[in-house]
Ligand binder design. Structure first.
Ligand SMILES: NC(=O)c1ccc[n+]([C@@H]2O[C@H](COP(=O)([O-])OP(=O)(O)OC[C@H]3O[C@@H](n4cnc5c(N)ncnc54)[C@H](O)[C@@H]3O)[C@@H](O)[C@H]2O)c1
Length: 278
């Protein structure tokens, strides 16, 4: 995620330094950027000059002080682990200029769980991109109770300058907007399937042709990974203790069978070679 956000910002004209603790991740990110820009030029989507400009605006470094020392805005996209993010925010707080904004790209961790690791809570918020960040337009900006309005305004403006469409959540809520709506649709689809009302194929067909979604909830589950849905639900259940948050029987069954979707060749649908069987 981080490499794509860095490239989006560089292509929008920002000077960007992309940091990772892993040399391997940095090497892969640099290779990705080179191949992506070359491909865009070959397809006529970018001029060679635009590609060169974006590449020159983007640097990769394993040194956090070098990466963040003079930044106006830091977008954190490290692993989805609270302890790691809190450590990174504490380090950033000591390395960054006092006026720098620290935003997290986390999909689930609200920034109030990070802000108190810093001495600048007013300058901390969520800035949630969607995958793949180079393609997806939406950015969810979440204002925590600690976040200053000027921080939110600056982050919304930065998202617009990056060619994105930002939406503002005026208060923190688990899952933000899109993941909450997606979860509600997914849970209803699983309920209708598990109670025998319709097949998963027909539920997908109904959502595609009745609601105009590009794909139905079961095909989307296959795409995002049934293992991910299982882990997210289990994590939530362990945190809340609410049985309603347990993964549904179908998700548990598919998870145990190793039928995780596209990545394993089978989920609700089968994937193999050129043809997709449903
Ligand atoms: N993958 C998605 O679809 C998606 C979408 C939106 C938001 N996000 C969020 O983006 C974040 C990253 O997700 P991802 O899928 O890119 O994860 P990932 O595991 O692919 O990448 C995380 C990177 O963080 C690096 N890292 C770990 N500890 C670090 C540290 N202390 N300092 C610097 N770098 C460190 C790792 O080396 C790795 O390269 C998460 O918070 C996730 O919720 C992911």
């Amino acid at each position: 995620m981080g490499q794509q956000i860095a490239l989006v910002a560089a292509m929008a004209g920002y000077r960007v330094k992309c940091h990772d603790v892993s040399e391997e991740a940095l090497r892969k990110a640099s290779e990705f950027v080179d191949s992506y820009l070359a491909e865009r030029v070959a397809k006529g989507k970018l001029t060679q000059g635009q590609a060169d400009q974006a590449r020159a605006a983007l640097r990769f470094t394993g040194d956090l002080a070098e990466a963040a020392g003079d930044a106006d805005l830091v977008i954190e996209a490290v692993v989805e682990k609270l302890a790691v993010k809190r450590q990174v925010f504490a380090e950033l707080d000591s390395l960054c200029l006092p006026e720098a904004i620290l935003a997290t790209n986390s999909s689930y961790i609200v920034s109030s769980r990070l802000a108190d690791a810093t001495r600048r809570p007013g300058k901390v918020c969520n800035m949630h991109f969607f995958n793949p960040a180079l393609v997806m337009k939406l950015v969810e900006v979440v204002k925590g109770p600690h976040t200053a309005q000027s921080t939110v305004d600056a982050v919304m403006e930065a998202a617009r300058k990056m060619g994105k469409i930002p939406v503002l959540l005026r208060k923190e809520v688990e899952g933000f907007l899109v993941n909450r709506i997606l979860t509600a649709i997914r849970n209803e689809a699983l309920y209708l399937y598990e109670t025998g009302v319709a097949s998963y194929e027909d539920i997908d067909t109904a959502v595609v042709h009745g609601l105009g979604h590009p794909m139905g909830p079961f095909r989307l589950l296959d795409l995002t990974g049934i293992d991910l849905s299982y882990h997210v639900a289990m994590e939530r259940y362990q945190r809340t203790g609410d049985p309603a948050h347990k993964p549904s029987p179908t998700i548990v069954e598919k998870f145990v069978r190793g039928e995780w979707g596209r990545k394993t060749g089978k989920g609700f649908y089968e994937y193999g070679g050129e043809r997709e069987r449903g």
